[in-house]
Design a protein around this ligand. Structure first.
Ligand code: ADP
Ligand code: MG
Length: 624
């Protein structure tokens, strides 16, 4: 029997709004973004934002903008009601944030919603209460001119949507980062942000960009940020704050770009910025940048994404050229000024300085920061400590061969046991002494060359360290009591909100590895580290490790292996490879240890850790 033909019907308005809400407001931070933008569009000079539980249970925004009359407020809750656009062509030269008239009805359709607002001309304000899109009540209220919107229990009418939300910490971090960006974009407007009753920041109106930055971002960062004064070219203006040469992060999450004061993600802008920094930070690292680009609205299209997080530039080549040259010029200038002050060596124009493969920048020389040199600013820079003690075969070298730890653990492990195949030895090379191996020399970092009875072996030392660390970390994860060393004093970690949220999410994982943290007011401080860690590298490591944990990473308990791989790779990255400290016996011991691991030929990311060129292969090539 055939199913009866379904009839076409127009969707009920609330359902249509709930569907639209799926696009416009995917998470609490997106609600806050829409509401803040409305406040800015309404000419507010003060905006107060408050939230609870990552915005899941409560969001409140109050502004002193021009408010709405009762009729306007009723209309604003209907789909496609906007005061910002009359005809489609207006889109081409829009100067407001909003124009779709979708945010308020969408948010109101998926929450308990209240809107109270007052205009100057009216004797009193009005409050409208809505639940899941149904208006419950309208009542007069006493209120100064402006608008206050409260959103409770976001997504309660559409519970499936709540599953896509991350932990409270992560959602809170997204809110904090977003509100900070808007607050930075509008230093003339007073902003405050509260989580429950805790004040996260309060920034008075009429600040300069730098004052605003110092007021809302972590203290340690400001001295490392260069001013990028307004630079105008071909109708485009650029300005902002950019990290000094040498200042870098392990991920691109601190690259913020705002187009016409709207935070956006743009591959084009990111690439241009990264390109400009190419000779100013180590390869594979990312700068910290807050870049504002002002452009005529007709030269961009913001209507490519429902939440307007992307823009399309009409002339991409022009943007690329201007951003690149402006940043590069500023960085070179900073470099020249600092090198003039700190050293007589002047950087060459074409390549300001050759960087070692990793972040171990020299302490002196042309890459010294401006305006503070590394010596003046011992805190907050990952370039402070360069030397590593000579390589000593780590204490775990012998256990590595037997993997005894992983078997004993399964009884009482705080973490789920790792898959057994990881420790089986199918692909392993039998642990035999490296007879007749000779260390030849350290080539271009991180490579070292050995001669063996069979031929030549070219080793990537970082990958070797990473493989060894991976197996160690693997065992620690399986033990009930990790081996740990106390630091001589607490090391405070000034982390970005999202990095801190990630830290909180993976505290049990790190603690199982031998790290220990102590929360001091807002921030965490590092108290202890695994016994095989170099204390001087621990802070760099933690920051880079958290930077590498992208959003796509599921919680550590669900994919512990991925965390172990990242942990060991970042550990190896944090080491300084100093040829002087790695003499023949230490290098041979290192290789010996590598061959005691389960998969010496691969690093934890499954890339080769060494390349072997056999004598017969060499001979063949000479005779072919
Ligand atoms: P859009 O911003 O795209 O116009 P919204 O649904 O966000 O759509 O808002 C609808 C309308 O409600 C706006 O055009 C504006 O007229 C009014 N409005 C919303 N928020 C405020 C506010 N905080 N102050 C004054 N008017 C507001
Ligand atoms: Mg809007």
């Amino acid at each position: 029997m055939k199913e009866p033909r379904p009839k076409i019907e127009i969707l009920p308005i609330t359902v249509a709004n709930q569907i639209a809400a799926g696009e416009v407001v995917e998470r609490p931070a997106a609600v806050i973004k829409e509401l803040m933008e409305n406040s800015l569009d309404a000419g507010a000079t003060r905006i107060e934002v408050e939230f609870q539980q990552g915005g899941k249970t409560y969001i409140g925004i109050e502004d002193n903008g021009y408010g709405m009359s009762l009729e306007e407020a009723r209309m604003a809750l209907q789909r496609h009601a906007t005061s910002k656009l009359k005809k489609a062509e207006d889109l081409l030269a829009l100067s407001t944030f909003g124009f779709r008239g979708e945010a308020l009805p969408s948010i109101a359709s998926v929450s308990e919603f209240s809107l109270s607002t007052k205009i100057d001309e009216a004797p009193e304000g009005w409050e409208i209460l809505v639940n899941a899109g149904q208006i419950l009540k309208e009542q007069p209220c006493g209120k100064p001119v402006g608008t206050r919107i409260e959103v409770r229990h976001l997504f309660h009418p559409v519970p499936a949507r709540r599953k896509f939300l991350k932990s409270d910490n992560t959602e809170a971090a997204k809110i904090i980062e977003l509100v900070r960006l808007y607050a930075l974009a509008y230093p003339s407007i007073g902003f405050s942000l509260k989580e429950k009753s805790r004040l996260i920041f309060k920034a008075p109106a009429n600040q300069s960009l730098r004052e605003r930055f110092e007021c809302i971002y972590t203290k340690g960062l400001a001295p490392d940020m260069l001013d990028l004064p307004v630079f105008e070219q071909e109708g485009i203006s650029l300005y902002g704050l950019i990290g000094r040469p040498g200042l870098s992060r392990s991920s691109r999450e601190e690259l913020s770009t705002l187009v016409n004061k709207r935070p956006i993600t743009s591959r084009l802008l990111n690439q241009s910025i990264i390109e400009a920094y190419r000779s100013f930070i180590p390869p594979g690292r990312y700068p910290i940048v807050f870049l504002f680009l002002e452009i005529h609205p007709a030269s961009i299209d913001v209507n490519v994404h429902p939440t307007k997080q992307e823009v399309r530039f009409k002339d991409e080549a022009q943007i690329r050229r201007i951003v690149f040259s402006c940043l590069q010029k500023r960085l070179e200038e900073a470099l020249e000024r600092s090198s003039f002050r700190t050293t007589s060596v002047s950087p060459s124009r074409t390549g300001p300085f050759p960087l070692p493969a990793h972040s171990s920048l020299p302490k002196e020389g042309p890459c010294a920061p401006e305006p503070f040199s590394i010596h003046q600013n011992p805190k907050g820079s990952q370039f402070q400590d360069i030397e590593v003690p000579p390589y000593q075969p780590p204490a775990f070298s012998t256990q590595a061969a037997t993997h005894s730890g992983s078997r004993s653990l399964q009884k009482e492990s705080p973490l789920p046991p790792l898959p057994a195949k990881k420790i089986d030895k199918e692909t392993a090379v039998a642990p035999k002494p490296l007879i007749d191996w000779r260390f030849l020399f350290h080539w271009e970092s991180p490579y070292s060359l050995f001669s063996t009875p069979k031929g030549l072996v070219l080793v990537d030392k970082r990958r070797v360290y990473a493989r060894i660390a991976y197996e160690k970390a693997y065992q620690e994860a399986s033990c009930t009591k990790p081996s740990s060393q106390m630091l001589t004093h607490l090391h405070p970690l000034e982390l970005s909100p999202s990095a801190q949220a990630r830290l909180e999410d993976c505290l049990p994982f790190l603690e199982a590895q031998g790290f220990s943290f102590q929360k001091e007011r807002e921030y965490y401080a590092l108290k202890a580290i695994p016994s095989y860690f170099d204390p001087s590298k621990a802070i760099t490591f933690i920051k880079d490790f958290l930077g590498k944990l992208h959003e796509e990473f599921c919680p550590p308990q669900e994919n512990q292996e991925a965390y172990l791989r990242t942990l060991s790779t970042e550990y190896a990255q944090s080491l300084s490879l100093s040829p002087l400290n790695e003499a023949e016996p230490a290098m041979l011991a290192l290789m010996q240890e590598l061959f005691q691991t389960s998969q010496p030929h691969l690093c934890p990311q499954n890339r080769p850790s060494y390349i072997e060129l056999s004598l017969s292969e060499i001979q063949q090539r000479f005779f072919s």
